[in-house]
Structure formats: structure tokens, C-alpha cells
Design a protein around this ligand. Structure first.
Ligand code: ADP
Length: 291
């Protein structure tokens, strides 16, 4: 299965102001690592700048992720400076300008053709991407591999683009918005009602992410089903949604029905947020890093 999304370099700002360079971040990295836990053939399609610290791709490969879809583009990789709070949330104090993020958004021609055969049809997860880039990718995958199962995560920049988002969500198999995003799309905050409204607009299946409140799954077969979150001693919530989506898509690729796949997504997200995952990826000891 394929995860298409962005790759960033996340530099951690320590409490003494020192900066530790270069843990791999971005939705594609969290999603593909979660997918790889459940799928021996998980690959990533993303773009990297020419400043990617050596070792990051090697590390992904060592973990069994196929990186043949990582394209090098001139200029910097998207770079963020992050500060951790005691409650496991993190804040960005610097983010690469949006124009650069658009420049390095994955394009259809980046996807290695061999991933898009129809025997067997692939599972393709499109992680949070700029809207026009996501739409082009979904159409390309649909054209090349008509039997593909496509899952789609949302992006914060999609706010206000209601019609275009609805149009895209109707062209995938499983759409995974957060509760807030769904409320904005549908115009009301009751997730069950909003999900059913989305289905009425042609979205085949809706999985609503509700943080510690779990997820709601609406496939149109009977009433929507609540999938509880798996309680976690939260250390680092970074990538909870990305991890949830990647693991859910990988479980679909393993042939599980959607409800079972979402249960696996919830369990994987819970496990991931109980660890200082992104600090560990940066080679940092979380206790001393946060002190
Ligand atoms: P996003 O990061 O996209 O907003 P959420 O925060 O809703 O996504 O998280 C996605 C999933 O991760 C949730 O549906 C839930 O299963 C799990 N999750 C998130 N936060 C917690 C938490 N505090 N405790 C347990 N599970 C959580």
C-alpha cells in the first residue's frame, strides 16, 4: 500500500533554547510508519529538498518502508521548529512559508507506476495535502488503477473550500475528517447527522476523528457506529490523526472490513501517543529534552 503526503524536518527547540536538528516529520512519515506496522509492503510518495539530513531515508528503509517514491527537488525541505508542552502537545514557532509547501506538494508523476497496477488493486492513502494537489493525485490513481481503494485525510488549509472538498471526498472510498472539519463542511456539529449528510452528498464512507472521544464510522449500512478511543497515558499527541489514518488504511489493505480497520487505527494511535515518538526519532531522550 502507498501513503502519499508531505515530509518535513522538525527541529525540536529545547527548554534552554538550544535547537536539536532534524527529526523526520510530516503526515506521510507518521502515516507510513503506522501502515508499516501492519503491512510489510508499505511505501511512501513524498518530495524532499536537497537539505534532508543524511540518514532519514535510510532509517525509513531500515524500518521496511519502500522509499522509491521519494523525489528530490531543488531547494529546502519543509522545515518546522517545534516546542513541546508538558501535556504532550506541541507548537510550531517557525514554519516554512506556505508557498514552499505548495511547491513541494506531491504530483501525480511522482508516483512510481509499478504501485498502480490492478493486480491486486492497491490501497492508496492520500494524507493531508493542499487541495488541488490531493485532487490531482486522486484522479491520477483512479485513472491508472480503477480498482484502487483510496482513503483521504483532510488538511487545515481546506477550510472555506466546502464545495471542492465535498467534490473530492465523493471521489474516494473512505473520507476521514476531524469532528471540527466535518462540522464546518456540513454546517452542524452533530457528527452522526453531519456524516449522514456527507453520505447524502455522495461520500461512500465517512470516518470522523474525535480525539479522545474516539471515532464514528458511517458506511450507510445501518446506523453510524462509534469506535471508542483506546485510553492512553498521553506523552506526545503529535501525529495521532496521521497514525490513525495510516493504520486504518493498512488494515484495509490487509482485507479487514472498515469497522475492524478503524478499531486497529484507534489502537495504533493510542499506542503511538503514549510514546515520545517524534522526540525518539530525533534521537532525543524525552525526559531531558523537556526539562
Ligand atoms: P487529528 O490529529 O486528525 O485531529 P484526532 O486527534 O481526532 O486526529 O485523533 C485521531 C484518533 O487518535 C482518535 O480517533 C483516537 O482514536 C486517537 N486518539 C487521539 N487522541 C487520543 C487520546 N488522548 N487518547 C486516546 N486516543 C486518542
Amino acid at each position: 500500500m502507498l501513503v502519499i503526503g508531505n515530509l518535513t524536518i522538525d527541529d525540536v527547540v529545547l527548554s534552554d533554547g538550544a535547537v536539536r536538528m532534524g527529526s523526520p516529520g510530516g503526515n506521510a512519515v507518521y502515516a507510513v510508519l503506522a501502515a508499516r506496522l501492519w503491512n510489510p509492503a508499505a511505501g511512501i510518495v513524498t518530495r524532499r529538498g536537497d537539505d534532508l539530513p543524511p540518514g532519514i531515508l535510510d532509517e525509513l528503509e531500515r524500518l521496511g518502508v519502500d522509499t522509491s517514491g521519494v523525489r528530490a527537488v531543488p531547494g529546502p525541505t519543509v522545515r518546522n521548529w517545534v516546542v513541546y508542552e508538558e501535556d504532550g502537545r506541541r507548537h510550531w514557532i517557525y514554519r516554512t512559508p506556505r508557498e514552499r509547501s505548495l511547491e513541494v506538494a506531491v504530483r501525480p508523476e511522482d508516483i512510481p507506476g509499478e504501485w498502480l497496477g490492478d493486480d491486486p488493486p492497491p490501497v492508496v492513502h492520500v494524507a493531508a495535502m493542499p487541495l488541488t494537489a490531493a485532487a490531482a493525485l486522486v484522479d491520477h490513481v483512479r485513472g491508472r488503477a480503477p480498482g484502487a481503494l483510496v482513503t483521504l485525510d483532510t488538511h487545515e488549509d481546506w477550510a472555506g473550500e466546502t464545495e471542492a472538498v465535498l467534490d473530492l471526498a465523493a471521489r474516494v472510498d473512505v473520507f476521514l475528517p476531524s469532528r471540527e472539519e466535518l462540522a464546518e463542511l456540513a454546517g452542524y456539529d452533530d457528527p452522526a447527522r453531519a456524516a449522514s449528510w456527507l453520505r447524502g452528498r455522495g461520500v461512500p464512507a465517512v470516518v470522523v476523528k474525535r480525539g479522545a472521544g474516539g471515532a464514528l464510522v458511517d458506511t450507510g449500512e445501518g446506523p453510524p457506529v462509534e469506535v471508542p478511543a483506546v485510553p492512553a497515558a498521553v506523552a506526545d499527541v503529535t501525529g495521532a490523526g496521521d497514525t490513525f489514518c495510516g493504520a486504518t488504511a493498512a488494515a484495509l489493505a490487509a482485507g479487514l472490513p472498515l469497522l475492524e480497520a478503524v478499531r486497529r487505527g484507534a489502537a495504533t494511535a493510542s499506542w503511538a501517543i503514549a510514546e515520545f515518538g517524534s522526540l525518539a526519532l530525533a534521537g532525543l531522550d524525552p525526559v531531558s529534552a523537556l526539562r
